[in-house]
Ligand binder design. Sequence first.
Ligand code: CA
Length: 224
Amino acid sequence: MKILVVEDEPKLALFIEKGLKEQNYQVDIAYDGESGKKLALQRSYDCIVLDLILPNCSGLEVCLAVRKEDSTVPIIMLTALGSTEDKVLGLDSGADDYLTKPFKLSELLARIRALARRKNKPVDEAKLSMGGLELDTSTKSAKRDGKSIVLTSREYFLLEFLLKNQGRVLSRAEIAQNVWDISFDSGTNVVDVYVNYLRNKVDKGFSSKFIHTVFGMGYILKEE
Ligand code: CA
C-alpha cells in the first residue's frame, strides 16, 4: 500500500508518516498543495490523506484535480474546521471520507483500511497494477507512474499475463501457451523477443526494474 500525505504542519505530517510506516505502508509526504497535486497526478497511490487548508493550492483544488485524472484513488480529507459546510464541500469535491483534527491515529488507520477495502472491490477489477505500473483491461491501456505506455496487442497480452501472475516465476513454455496459445518449441525465441520489447517500454528509463530474468527458469514480474 502506497499512501500520499499532503499536510503542511511538519509535526503532524511526520506523526502520520511514522504511524503509517509502522503498518508497513509506503509513504510520500508533500508539505504544500502544489507539490501534493504534482505527486498525486504523477504517481499512483492506494490512498491520499489530504489536508484542507494548505499553502499554494487548497486541499479542495488538489482533490478536484486528482478526480479529473483518476476517479478511483481513495481520498481522506483532514481539517481543523469541523463545520458541516466544509464537510459537504470536501465530499462534493470528490473526497471519500473526512476526518476532523485533532484525530487519533487509530481512527485514521481504520478509515484507510476501510477505503482500501472498498477500492479493491469490483469497480477496480478492470485494473491490474503493481508498483506504479497499471493496466486497464477495459481500455487495454497501460501506464507507469501515470505516464502512458503504448503497447502492441501482443505486448499488451504479455504484460497482462505477467501482472496477473506477479511475483511468480513463469517459464517460457507457460508464457507461450498463455499469450500465444502455442506450445513452446525450444527453436523459437519469440517469448524472449517480446519480453525484451516490453522491457524497453516498461522498465527503460526507470531506476527500478519490474521484469526480471530468472536464469534457467524464465521470467518474473516483481518489484525490486
Ligand atoms: Ca493545514
